[in-house]
Design a protein around this ligand. Structure first.
Ligand SMILES: [Zn+2]
Length: 632
């Protein structure tokens, strides 16, 4: 048998799994399709537009296959969501509120103020936001941007801000964000940025080709897209739990929801326009309590409470509830059903996970035992297109109890390669495992096949039959998955196992110039500190000052392999003073070579013990962003 990198057909067990799932769902309820199309004004063909750097920033063209009948290689419920997320264009939500949907993972909302526009969430990239504003202006006339609102600290809600305000200054424009926005936006994507980007590729399937055996959706929207990212810091921060402001003649009550879908987030109630914007706290999916890319876990209890507050305080006073992903819902009955259902979803997950934890169950056991209430799980908006019950249960457990399941046998497990070698010895060797696993694959036990073939791969990465079989099993799980993020993860794993090597990295680990311009020196030093190789640096004792031309100075102490820093100077005790322009900071993070070059070329000016700085540079690690995931 020769190894092929082509995706396989759906296994009969996959077809059967789809049939069983479809049976429990309410296919007569077509309201989502009506709501997703309601208020449609216009769009651009295939929602296609160019990136500044060349090539396409966004296009729905590759997903045209979604107009065909569903193939056996896609979960029926996910197929339905993938079709909904293919609807794109400019939509009227209610008087003075418009949205462009399907031009990015998220939605952009335009609120018509007395003299111009309030833009809510300018998408991931400048190109996306610009294309959306152009579409709006073409049909509603040009209006100046008076205010920008970031509902929360995730990049698909702010990274395209210069697409709506241009490169010029933002004087006179209110840039409004919830408390903690800038800090969270920076820390979430910077400090753990390298592993997060790699894991994001799995979550979003960014490098998968669109098709019935590849990428179909991202659950919250079609895809991530590409383009130029930017950042403008807020100049008006919402700090109270509720704050009411009149922005360009529009009365808005902001409801802070920290710790819910994002660490810094807020809903917007428009009493005059009788509309409620639930940010990303209520979408037409079960959301994540921890995304597959990784994040600090989210607080399901707080999340449900904020939705309960919104349900009681705002829903009775509005005609429409909309959000920054997916489509709005109109009318009292539908709004109540939606917001109450979303509230119950997170409350139920929270309470039932804690109930089962209190009976001594561990996360894996709870994931299997926890059944969603059938009336709720028949609601399309409660299905897990982005999150999944199993993963959310683990996040709730981690939120309260951390990563350890309480069993001392798991306190100090062997790392995967070491464990795999031992398992194989007990199991009669790699070939024997593959032989047994092949039978289980035929029987459709893909979860088990993936688990045992992973053992073989971690013991013997070159075992072709094990790689093939593991890829086949992961692929069937991808085909079966209702969650788009699970599908993406499984299918990318299958591809990497078959290809024996990584596709080139699509994402750089660079930092946007806008962020470099704003980031405090302290944050850069945190990024430098996580590059210090403890073993190599443990013998270095150093007291350094690091100065920026604007006078910002940090005193650095390196001892025991740990780089500490605090504002101020060591004064006469400093062994060296480093001076560098701000623009160069980001480049210095690329590893020891970049730092050594800057040192040698004089870009990095050092007064005092140059050699000490050199030793520090040599003790830094360079990161390989495309590290292995499904093999050692
Ligand atoms: Zn989002």
């Amino acid at each position: 048998m020769t190894a092929s990198t082509n995706p396989r057909d759906a296994h009969p067990a996959t077809v059967e799994s789809h049939r069983r799932l479809a049976e429990g769902l309410d296919w007569t309820d077509e309201r989502d399709f009506d709501d997703a199309r309601r208020g449609f004004i216009a769009t651009v063909p295939e929602a296609e537009f160019e990136a500044r750097a060349g090539g396409l920033a966004w296009s729905m063209r590759g997903h045209g296959f979604l107009d065909d009948p569903r193939p056996d290689t896609v979960n029926p419920s996910l197929w339905r969501m993938a079709r909904l997320n293919r609807i794109h264009g400019l939509f009227k939500v209610t008087d003075r509120i418009y949205q462009v949907r399907g031009f990015c993972l998220a939605n952009i909302t335009f609120v018509e103020g007395d003299s111009g526009l309030i833009v809510i969430d300018p998408l991931t990239f400048d190109e996306h936001a610009r294309a959306a504003l152009d579409l709006y202006s073409a049909h509603r006339g040009p209006r100046p941007v008076r205010a920008i609102v970031y509902t929360h600290s995730h990049r698909d809600h702010y990274g395209g801000v210069r697409g709506v305000v241009g490169a010029g200054n933002t004087q006179g424009i209110d840039v409004i964000a919830p408390a903690g926005f800038t800090e969270e936006a920076f820390t979430e994507t910077l400090l753990a940025g390298v592993p997060m980007r790699r894991r994001s590729l799995y979550q979003f399937g960014t490098t998968l080709t669109a098709g019935p055996r590849g990428h179909v959706d991202s659950g919250l929207g079609k895809a991530v897209g590409r383009g130029t990212d930017s950042f403008i810091a807020p100049n008006r921060v919402i700090r109270q739990p509720r704050e009411r402001h009149v922005i360009d003649g529009i009365d808005i009550e902001f409801q802070l929801t920290p710790g819910a879908e994002a660490p810094a987030e807020m809903n917007l109630f428009f009493p005059g326009l009788r509309a409620l914007n639930l940010a990303e706290n209520a979408c037409h999916t079960m959301h994540n309590l921890c995304p597959l890319r990784g994040a600090k876990t989210r607080d399901a209890l707080a999340w449900s409470r904020y939705l309960d507050d919104a349900l009681h305080d705002y829903v009775p006073r509005v005609d429409v509830v909309y959000a920054q992903h997916h489509w709005p819902v109109w009318g009292s009955e539908r709004m109540t059903e939606f917001v109450a259902g979303q509230r119950d979803l997170y409350r139920y997950l929270h309470d039932q996970t804690l109930r089962l934890m209190s009976q001594g169950l561990t996360p894996t056991e709870i994931g299997q035992a926890l059944l969603m209430p059938s009336r709720l799980s028949r609601q399309w908006f409660a299905r897990g297109y982005y999150g999944a019950v199993v993963h959310n249960v683990a996040a709730i457990h981690a939120h309260y109890l951390g990563p350890y399941d309480g069993n001392p046998a798991h306190l100090d497990p062997h790392p995967p390669q070491e464990a795999a070698r031992r398992y194989l010895r007990y199991m009669g060797g790699a070939d024997r495992v593959v032989e047994l696993a092949t039978r289980d694959h035929e029987a459709g036990d893909f979860r088990w096949v993936a688990e045992v073939t992973q053992r073989v791969i971690f013991a013997e990465p070159g075992h072709v039959a094990a790689r093939e079989l593991c890829a086949d099993a992961m692929e069937q799980m991808g085909y079966q998955a209702e969650s788009a993020t699970w599908r993406n993860a499984y299918l990318l794993a299958a591809r990497e196992l078959r290809a024996r090597g990584m596709a080139p990295a699509p994402a750089s680990i660079g930092i946007s110039p806008d962020v470099v311009a704003l980031l405090p020196l302290e944050r850069f030093l945190e990024l430098l500190a996580i590059r210090v190789n403890g073993e190599r640096a443990q013998a270095i004792d150093a007291r350094l000052d690091w100065q920026l031309p604007d006078g910002e100075t940090q005193r650095i102490t390196l001892s025991h392999g740990a780089l500490n820093h605090r504002p101020g100077s060591h004064g006469a005790l400093a062994q060296a003073v480093i001076r560098t322009p701000r623009e160069q900071l980001a480049r210095l993070l690329h590893g020891p070579q970049a730092l050594l070059q800057a040192l040698d070329s004089g870009e990095l000016q050092v007064e005092g013990e140059r050699n000490l700085v050199r030793r520090l540079a040599i003790a830094l690690d360079a990161f390989e962003p495309m590290f292995n995931v499904v093999e050692p």
